[in-house]
Design a protein around this ligand. Structure first.
Ligand SMILES: NC(=O)c1ccc[n+]([C@@H]2O[C@H](COP(=O)([O-])OP(=O)(O)OC[C@H]3O[C@@H](n4cnc5c(N)ncnc54)[C@H](OP(=O)(O)O)[C@@H]3O)[C@@H](O)[C@H]2O)c1
Length: 255
């Protein structure tokens, strides 16, 4: 298995899709695009994206616990025996437009299931494949697990930039950040690089939902711009930066 293998969740639209599109424009990449509904037109059209020499996309359903548990076997059927970079990008919120008092505790449970338990589930499923990458590391950059999080999950940022809405989302991303920090410490000795990335405020369905909640026209950057900056950070995420929380432009954020 030559080249570099990426797995990106939430790949059918938004920032995840833009990352898949840009990685496929580089030669020698295998990109596993994790989606909830492979038959949805947004997912199926991933197979029509332009592809550079020796690159390919594999669209895979990642929806039910069983999909994750069977991941190594399912990838094996596509001759994929390792993953070099996992990007835990899938995310959602049912409470982006709600203040603290409007937030139902069930919103928190829902957001934490997707945004915090989801990346843990992904990590458990992909660790054997990342470990396989680490075993071949002499010719590759270190294996990486990158969590796409948000400044809204930063406890430190709240002192200067607290939003009036998005309580359940912020709580879920804070929990996800804790998981990623923990993974960075627990897996450092094995050589795994773990990073937490804020992708900017981006023109996607989620970014627009926040703009609507705040009465603003639209977020400042496109998904393509965000993905370009994010991939730049991911390419450069070496062991000296494991366990860091960075913006898409590389600025370090407080937890
Ligand atoms: N946009 C921003 O301004 C912004 C800012 C900071 C952080 N982020 C983070 O960036 C990441 C990507 O978001 P985006 O802006 O690209 O939003 P998006 O366009 O709404 O895309 C979200 C992706 O996550 C998937 N997803 C949603 N719920 C899921 C679930 N329960 N299980 C599996 N996949 C699920 C969606 O799949 P379906 O199409 O099937 O729903 C979609 O592929 C998220 O983690 C988000 O929190 C975004």
């Amino acid at each position: 298995m030559a080249g570099t293998t990426y797995l990106i969740t939430g790949a059918n639209k938004g920032i995840g899709r833009a990352m898949v599109q840009q990685l496929l424009q580089r030669a020698n990449n295998t990109v596993v695009a994790g989606v909830r509904q492979p038959d949805d037109p947004t997912s199926a059209s991933l197979c029509d994206l332009p592809v550079a020499e020796n690159s390919r996309v594999v669209v895979l359903q990642l929806r039910n616990p069983a999909d994750f548990e069977a991941l190594p076997t399912r990838l094996g059927r596509n001759s994929i025996t390792r993953i070099d970079t996992v990007v835990a990008n899938a995310g959602n919120s049912s409470g982006l437009d709600k203040s603290l008092l409007q937030t139902d505790p069930e919103d928190v449970v829902g957001d934490c299931t997707i945004n915090a338990a989801g990346p843990l589930r992904l990590f458990r499923a992909t660790w054997p494949l990342l470990e396989a990458s680490l075993k071949q590391a002499s010719s590759l950059p270190a294996a990486r697990f990158i969590l796409v999080s948000s400044t809204m999950g930063s406890i430190g940022v709240q002192d200067t930039e607290s939003m009036p809405v998005g309580t359940s989302y912020g709580m879920s991303k804070a929990a996800a950040n804790w998981f990623a920090k923990k993974a960075s410490i627990d897996f450092k000795a094995q050589g795994l690089v773990v990073g937490v990335l804020h992708p900017g405020w981006v023109q996607t369905s989620m970014g627009q939902a926040l703009a609507d909640a705040l009465g603003m026209k639209e977020p400042p950057i496109t998904a393509d711009e965000s993905a370009r900056y994010c991939l730049g950070q991911i390419d450069d995420w070496t062991m000296d930066k494991t366990g860091k929380f960075l913006t898409y432009k590389g600025q370090e954020l407080p937890w």
